[in-house]
Design a protein around this ligand. Structure first.
Ligand code: PYC
Length: 314
């Protein structure tokens, strides 16, 4: 029988429209020498709490949870494991921005520039004077350009594969407007692409392409492009997706369309905006992503034993 604590204390924020729920207290300690081991422990021993915290009725499909742990590296202030309605993420850009604003709210940001450990590496974050947060992501990588896949109902779709802390298939479908009024169709189309990718092994066993990212023209002069990102659990990212924007930077650089340090302004279909750029460090492309987040509420999620829905549902 899965065991539930009486309550779990959380702080909810949103980053450019995309929610993050940071677990502040009440989650049992999570063992493991490395962040990857801790992520495995979560999946094995506490998956019922993941579901209970982010799925309905206490959450919803777009909520990304963040569990803080003691740090692994000496220079880091904490470890963080991001999770969603179906499992665990390597990194989460919007989530990290939300975590930094949450730590600021709690008064636990030791300095304006901090490091945190994630299962895919140590990341950095800087709280800017205007309240925005710039993250220094794990190195990004463009794996391959112009892959052709056959998608039922769509025909041949050409897309790039890149890593930005999660794996992405990045493509453009010019006939499909990237508008909020069109979310149903965007979800259906990206799900079809995802189903085809699931049947292929384009990463040769080295991972799973679990995010699909569509690009189109921006709504105006304040952004270079607009995107729509399908997340692994079937929700779409309301923000421009930090790891997705990092993957896009790597693709643009590989195509010779973005120089080091050059800014790229990525807009989401809700109008949220990130600014990103690349630096080269020890031969690797390191993305910086700047965005804004707002703390919305503090709360206690209660798990009384006679609540048949305390374990959440999708
Ligand atoms: O911002 O990296 C991100 C992200 C991944 C999934 C949802 N948001």
């Amino acid at each position: 029988m899965p065991r539930f604590p009486e309550s779990i204390q959380i702080i909810d924020s949103h980053t450019e429209g995309e929610p993050t729920r940071v677990v502040v207290e009440g989650w049992p300690p999570c063992s493991g020498e490395t962040m990857e081991e801790r992520r495995e422990t979560l999946g094995r021993d506490f998956d019922h709490l993941r579901r209970a915290v982010v799925c309905e009725p206490r959450g919803h499909e777009a909520v990304v949870g963040a569990l803080l742990t003691p740090p692994i590296s000496e220079a880091s202030i904490a470890g963080v494991i991001f999770f969603n309605n179906i499992g665990y993420l390597g990194m989460c850009g919007h989530g990290l921005i939300g975590v930094v604003k949450t730590l600021e709210e709690l008064g636990s940001l030791e300095s304006r520039r901090v490091h945190l450990d994630t299962p895919v590496g140590t990341v950095g974050a800087q709280l800017e004077d205007d309240g925005s947060v710039t993250i220094r992501n794990v190195p990004a990588l463009c794996r391959s350009l112009d892959n052709q896949i056959e998608v039922p109902g769509l025909g041949t779709v050409k897309g790039d594969i890149a890593w930005g802390g999660n794996w992405f298939f990045l493509t453009s479908l010019p006939d499909l407007p990237l508008e909020l009024t069109n979310v149903g169709e965007l979800l259906a189309v990206t799900q079809s692409i995802r189903s085809v990718l699931d049947e292929m092994d384009l990463l040769a066993g080295e991972g799973e392409i679990d995010h699909v990212e569509l690009f189109g023209p921006s709504s105006g002069r304040t952004a270079d492009s607009r995107n729509f990102v399908l997340c692994p659990g079937g929700a779409y990212d309301r923000s421009p997706c930090g790891t997705g924007t990092s993957a896009k930077l790597a693709v643009l650089h590989a195509r010779g369309e973005l120089a080091l340090q050059e800014e790229w302004r990525q807009e989401s279909i809700t109008g949220g905006r990130f600014v990103g750029w690349l630096t080269e460090e020890e031969g690797q492309l390191v993305p910086r992503i700047r965005g804004r987040a707002w703390v919305m509420s503090r709360g206690h999620l209660r798990f009384v034993p006679d609540d048949p829905f305390r374990g959440g549902f999708r």
